[in-house]
Design a protein around this ligand. Structure first.
Ligand code: SAM
Length: 316
């Protein structure tokens, strides 16, 4: 029986030689996001990013955690003038638009050596930080202990949390924990965000993820798995995605805004089509209805609309 901390087992399971994210099918083979798998969703997300890029004078868009390039394809279709770069743990996907560059990354907190000195770019990390492995801790009634896991997903409590992880807990978690409470410690996500920010000389860094703020930390933990489109117990054997919500307020971004608020602010809400259009131009009417459907899905309260956008402007 091989026991490891969740943080290290999680890294191997997703980014090791046979890791989950190295599968040919990519993330889209297992779950949908705003970027892919929701009809019209990727186009709407791309429009939001292109508006932000234009408003900030960015001439380049870099997608960190680009999956198989689905979002880049949507951006290429509506903003052919933007220079595009995708970054993920696999070789350049065959379906990637020709105009896009591609960099292979180690995965997790690691970024490619070549990804430095980024200028005039909007850098988007869409659902990256939730798959950056972190320490899982459980309160035993007296102290927080690191949770270890075996390849079947069975768990045991190990040493007390110490060092920077403990400091993070003390600064950022509830002080009234009770036995059995779980915490997903944000040190690795904060460090990954800081490292990506340090690689940007000018532009905007946008990290989009599901997460929580200081006043609504989850009590029981959010660690979970996804396999073949279905939520499942997380198993660190490469067969499931492993993800946990992100403490968005500790990243150090300039601004945090929910997806539903931001999309409204960017003027993306489609008007209801006039009923007369249904007889005058039925395909246009159906397109307009579909656009409203995509908007409703990406801005739904209790769903994708609650995703946090952590936005940071950089101009050294
Ligand atoms: C949850 S998926 C999201 C994919 C896509 N952004 C989307 O929203 O559909 C996370 C992606 O991040 C990638 N990833 C994880 N760590 C990375 C890193 N350090 N550099 C680049 N990509 C990374 C994974 O391989 C995976 O494709």
């Amino acid at each position: 029986m091989v026991w490891q901390s969740w943080r290290s087992a999680w890294h191997d399971a997703l980014y090791g030689p046979d890791g989950f994210y190295r599968q040919v099918s990519g993330p889209a083979g297992h779950f949908a996001t705003s970027a892919q798998g929701i009809p019209g969703g990727g186009r709407l997300l791309a429009r939001a990013l292109v508006i932000l890029a234009e408003r900030s004078g960015c001439t380049r868009l870099v997608d960190v955690g680009a999956g198989r390039g689905e979002l880049l394809a949507e951006v290429a279709a509506i903003a052919p003038g933007l220079r595009l770069t995708g970054v993920d743990v696999v070789e350049r996907p065959a379906e990637l638009p020709e105009v896009a560059d591609w960099l292979r990354s180690p995965g997790g907190t690691g970024l490619p050596d070549d990804l430095r000195g980024i200028e005039h770019a909007l850098v988007i990390a869409h659902e990256w930080l939730d798959v950056v492995p972190c320490t899982i801790a459980e309160y035993d009634g007296a102290v927080w202990r690191t949770v270890e896991v075996d390849p079947d997903g069975d768990e045991r409590l190990a040493d007390p949390v110490a060092g920077s992880d403990l400091q993070w807990l003390q600064q950022n978690w509830r002080t009234n924990a009770t036995e059995g409470d779980r915490a997903e410690i944000g040190t690795t996500r904060d460090a990954a965000f800081r490292e990506l920010r340090a690689r940007i000389d000018s532009g905007v860094l946008v990290a989009v993820d599901y997460g929580h703020l200081r006043d609504d930390r989850p009590e029981w933990g959010t660690l979970t798995g996804y396999r073949d489109g279905v939520q499942c117990p997380p198993r660190p054997d490469g067969s499931t995605d492993i993800t946990a919500h992100v403490a968005m307020d500790t990243l150090g971004a300039d601004e945090l805004v929910c997806q539903h608020t931001l999309f409204d602010r960017l003027g993306l809400r489609p008007e209801a089509p006039a009923i007369a259009l249904a007889s005058e131009d039925p395909p246009a009417y159906l397109r307009a209805l579909a656009e409203r459907g995509s908007y409703a899905q990406l801005t739904a309260t209790g769903g994708l609309g609650d995703f946090w956008w952590a936005i940071t402007r950089i101009d050294h």
